[in-house]
Design a protein around this ligand. Sequence first.
Ligand SMILES: *[C@@H]1O[C@H](CO)[C@@H](O)[C@H](O)[C@H]1NC(C)=O
Ligand SMILES: *[C@@H]1O[C@H](CO)[C@@H](O)[C@H](O)[C@H]1NC(C)=O
Ligand SMILES: *[C@@H]1O[C@H](CO)[C@@H](O)[C@H](O)[C@H]1NC(C)=O
Length: 537
Amino acid sequence: MMGRMKSQWAIRRLPLLFFLYLLAFPSIALTLQKQQKSISGPIKTVVVLVMENRSFDHMLGWLKRLNPDIDGLTGTESNPLSVSDPNSPKIPITDTAEFVDPDPGHSFQAIREQIFGSNDTSANPPPMDGFAQQAESMQSGMSKTVMSAFRPEVLPAYTALAMEFAVFDKWHASVPSSTQPNRLYVHSGTSHGLMSNVESELLAGMPQETIFDLIDEAGLSFGIYYQNIPATLYYRNLRQLKYAFKFHDYYLSFQSHAKQGILPNYVVVEQRYFDVKILPANDDHPSHDVAQGQKLVKEVYETLRASPQWNETLLIITYDEHGGFYDHVPTPVTDVPNPDGLIGPEPYFFGFDRLGVRVPTLLISPWIEKGTVVHQPNGPTPSSQYEHSSIPATVKKIFELNSDFLTKRDAWAGTFESILQTRSSPRTDCPEELPSPPWSLRHAPQNENAKLTEFQEELVQLAAQLNGDHALKAYPTLGKTMTVKEANDYVQSSVSCFLQASTKALKAGVLSESDIVEMRPSLKNRKAGPLGPSSCG
Ligand SMILES: *[C@@H]1O[C@H](CO)[C@@H](O)[C@H](O)[C@H]1NC(C)=O
Ligand SMILES: *[C@@H]1O[C@H](CO)[C@@H](O)[C@H](O)[C@H]1NC(C)=O
Ligand SMILES: *[C@@H]1O[C@H](CO)[C@@H](O)[C@H](O)[C@H]1NC(C)=O
């Protein structure tokens, strides 16, 4: 399908001038491509922000106190410590969530136990009663953590957005499993059979077609604004030379593109996945400080609100998966289509035929009526639900893409363009600023010397794949021996080298646009450091 660049052409060192040129004109390709296809509806820019590992009830359940129409928490919810024991003590839901460490369970088996209370998946609707039991089996006392939820005042940016714009109270993760499969559904309507974070497949790059490809083919534009490393590079197609200009440093470019009114049609904002002192992680993943996530949400919203593009913008904020936290809404278990005929590996042979736990999703646009609560979708089939594939399905409608659906799953997923169609003009009363988080929720400073989480290790491996270090002997243990600080520097320099090499190859014209640069290993002499030409040699 795609050519691979041979290593003799691999780039070891780039001229400084070229690097400066890139810095000065980061948006050339973007400006040229923009607006080739016209879109008749009012929304011309869709911005997607996917946060990490929290359930709906954990983040937004108590919003029911402010708006009873939201299917949130009443305070009577609980889970038994032992599902099979009728006399088991019960762990009630609380409103005390603030700083969460350690990280509750979110493997396929763990989630099955959370949803069904056992390994028997026949209940419909599932009882959602195994969260406390599963957490307690990982660590004594963790049941209380997964049964805790945030008060609205602790998450002021979300509370303001939910009251001003739209909140979905029936949006589920696409797969009852971990981070990567769910993140893959967001932009491609499938995980291509991936059930867990399988390293070898992720590194080779997932081969499926994505919404980015459909947008590009239609003559529309997209851009990825990343902070450490773009997890969207797990899609193999996104590594092609022709897309190298689509990746932008968030700090250098997001606000500036928004201010100039040149944000592309489809925008992905990626967070900081590494908790370092100067720039703490802001992806909301336990043990990261949710106050940092609130700051990011506030910054993204205020940047878009101040942009000349605001009246044409839709911002979608969702969570990849529930992260092991309790949610009371039964996950849909029937008539969920397998996207592409692929089934999961042994021992479960999962058919991708039921959804994951409910996650928070907010929709923000001046075309949305204040205080909108979106429940279940009306079609396209009687069993259709909102889940991550609803994003490509709706983008297809909003941007009037003539291409086929990506998979059977996005063809089935509910779409939400109708909530943008009730008004004849955009609202003028949207707040210009969001409230700040009241306090830092962490109890201890960042530990830059901490070992990496599984997800962070995967990002290090992705970085090693991009810069060629995967060919080194030390590669399999690379992530295991790095601290958070080292990993942060390593992934940033690797991505920067990969993108520079790709852009250079593109300019040199020796490769075709759909080729992927393959770099040679250089771990030994590479100095870790942020964006800089010296880090590529
Ligand atoms: C449930 O499955 C897990 C592994 O998938 C296994 O370890 C456990 O023993 C099973 N529990 C029961 C009650 O069958
Ligand atoms: C979220 O959970 C997955 C497992 O489902 C885990 O591998 C990953 O480390 C978590 N995400 C992050 C950002 O750590
Ligand atoms: C957005 O539309 C409103 C209502 O038509 C108008 O008052 C406002 O100036 C527009 N804002 C921008 C940034 O174009």
